[in-house]
Design a protein around this ligand. Structure first.
Ligand SMILES: [Zn+2]
Length: 317
């Protein structure tokens, strides 16, 4: 079964082993995605061989870094970096609960996109749990301006993204994408868009011992006047699509699927994080709401329509 959006929470139908390389360390990484119970959310389990392992919930409160990638930490020295492309795949396909065991401090970069995570999840499929799905409903607009970037979450019945970038580089320039995010559109429009970097920056990072795992296998490399990768771009506007993919992953740190519209201008991980922080700082700006149970079993194609038309009642607390 492909991912679906319904009234009940989901998890993976079985466990998944994924191996790859950390983009910053260049070291091999294994992750195992396990099915998890309802209302447990997306959680990382940092395993240390036989030593104590640490659990960190994929939640905005645990964000400890937003430079180059998004980092989660427990405040006691345990951390996991580059969580965004994996979280984008899980959230994008509608996986509400999963335990992600990882034997390194960063999620493997794979090909720089969410494509291989999506393939692996699609291969095992999802199961519905008894727990009703809860959405984070945006009740009023929150906006952030930050060093030339601006971001905004506003009320919307569904999850809508409107992302624009504007680089002072002719190979990227100004690009914009707007879409309603559901498993189908995520797979098709965003999941394959790869991360990108400028050759001059990569060389500088290499010199300081960072981005050791970055290569043409996992990064679109932008030279002075051309794309270095032999295969070129997968989409003509792959850059803005990747920024939208990052936003799906970073906003998964809301802890529940969002009912709202996210607008980002010249943004990145830092902006995504600041907007979520601003949302949670204002108790009147959001509420957790339960999806109504469907009256009958409906097919996937019908669900997005039904979801858009559904009336979400605020949960009583
Ligand atoms: Zn990214």
């Amino acid at each position: 079964m492909k991912g679906f959006i319904g009234a009940r929470q989901t998890t993976l139908a079985s466990e998944i082993l994924i191996t790859g390389t950390g983009v910053h360390s260049g070291a091999p990484v294994s992750i195992i995605l396990y099915p998890a119970d309802g209302d447990t959310g997306l959680r990382f389990l940092l395993s240390n061989g036989d030593a104590d392992s640490t659990e960190i919930t994929a939640d905005q409160r645990y964000v400890t870094g937003v430079t180059l990638c998004t980092v989660l930490g427990d405040g006691n020295g345990a951390s996991v970096a580059t969580v965004e492309h994996l979280l984008a795949a899980l959230r994008g396909l509608g996986v509400d609960n999963a335990l992600i065991e990882i034997d390194s401090q960063e999620v493997p970069i794979m090909d720089g996109s969410s494509a291989q995570f999506v393939e692996a999840i699609d291969e095992v499929g999802l199961v519905e749990l008894d727990a009703p799905r809860r959405y984070l409903k945006v009740l009023k607009t929150v906006s952030i301006k930050d060093a030339g970037a601006s971001g905004e979450l506003s009320p919307h019945n569904g999850f809508h993204l409107d992302v624009e970038i504007d680089f002072d580089c002719a190979l990227i320039g100004r690009q914009k994408i707007e879409l309603d995010v559901n498993p189908g559109s995520f797979r098709r429009e965003l999941s394959r868009a790869r991360t990108f970097g400028f050759m001059k920056d990569v060389e500088r990072l290499w010199a300081t011992g960072l981005a050791l795992g970055a290569s043409l296998e996992n990064t679109v490399a932008i030279g002075d006047d051309r794309i270095i990768n032999r295969e070129g771009l997968l989409y003509s506007d792959e850059f803005v699509r990747h920024k939208a993919l990052d936003a799906v992953g970073d906003l998964a740190l809301a802890g529940a699927p969002i009912l709202g519209a996210y607008r980002s201008r010249r943004g990145g991980h830092r902006l995504n994080s600041l907007v979520l922080e601003a949302l949670f700082a204002d108790a009147e700006a959001w509420a957790l709401v339960e999806a109504p149970r469907p009256f009958r079993e409906v097919r996937h194609a019908e669900l997005s329509h039904r979801l858009a038309a559904a009336n979400f009642a605020a949960e009583r607390s």
